[in-house]
Ligand binder design. Sequence first.
Ligand code: SF4
Ligand code: SF4
Ligand code: FES
Length: 364
Amino acid sequence: MADEGTSDKKFVVIDGNEVDLKPGETILHAARRIGIDIPTLCHDDRLSPAAACRLCLVEVEGARLLQPACAVPTQANMVVRTSGARVERNRRFILSLHLSDTIEDRAACEDNNPSRLHELAGIHGTAGQWPTTETPRADRPDDDNPYIQFRPDRCIACSLCTRYCDQVEAVSAITMAGRGARTTVSTADKLALTDTTCELCGGCIDVCPTGAMTEKAALAYGKPERELEKVRSTCNFCGVGCQVDLNVDREANRVVKVTSPPPGTTVNDGNLCVKGRFANDFIHHQDRLTTPLIRGADGELHEATWDEALTRAAEGLCGIRERYGPDSLAFISSSRCTVEENYLVQKMARAAFGTHNVHQCAAT
Ligand code: SF4
Ligand code: SF4
Ligand code: FES
């Protein structure tokens, strides 16, 4: 601490900059306010800090040991250094330690997950090429859930997944288990996820900084030659309007997986439900309807253009209105439509056909 005698000062000094003191604010958040980026692995603004990865350690004047910026609250007159030889040496050392606990050579890795750990190692460097240690972490046997794969040999025990499951999803299906080097992610009695309270939301995959939690389907797809391209879209399973990122293999023209945009950027704040994240195999399903069909005089369905299909529908609706009056018609729109689409359905019902018989199946 600097200048103990001036306790009326209400700021903290970070890398020589005075920052207004906000009660309870951590060093990490105070630094971010003035544009200083402290690297983190186990931090997520939605979760309480665990200070598990030690990557965010910074120097605090008067403290013997480096302090975790994600967990230590600022105090009046605190003097913090977020860079410098000691801090940077620690970062490289910590990154090397974590890399020795997972797949060190990302290029040789078979999956298509980004790895924040490897990105940070690329930015900050490492303390040398340390061999990957053989993991003593135990897997849960026979987890035949259809969507989520946990690979203990890539886990760095940061606890982001378990804290997310507990504090955001509020189901506590997974937990950190074991001690020391055997610490791993498990369930009660090592049950398969489908036998626990797990809602298969897949949020544990999105927060994992190493790809230890991953999608089974994307793993089975393998690693394309190219980077997957993220295409922002709106989930159409309900009317909430969650934003999704379709991870597309452009050359193969395939959606490989669906991920959530980062927390704090869209209405769903980094979260998705099981349908939005995993129920996407219809996109490339062979039975999917890709053109309109019109039933012909032979009683069979025949492919048609959109113009033909819309004309046929309009003729049918107008014909009923002419013969039986507007209130012989009723319009029901899908809960999978957006608010704007539902608005258009009621507009069509009222303005074009003259009936108030309009409903939306979710009654929203
Ligand atoms: S899928 Fe969701 S509910 Fe299931 S373990 Fe992961 S975070 Fe928890
Ligand atoms: S599975 Fe991923 S998020 Fe969970 S503890 Fe291991 S490294 Fe962290
Ligand atoms: S981000 Fe602070 S200890 Fe992991």
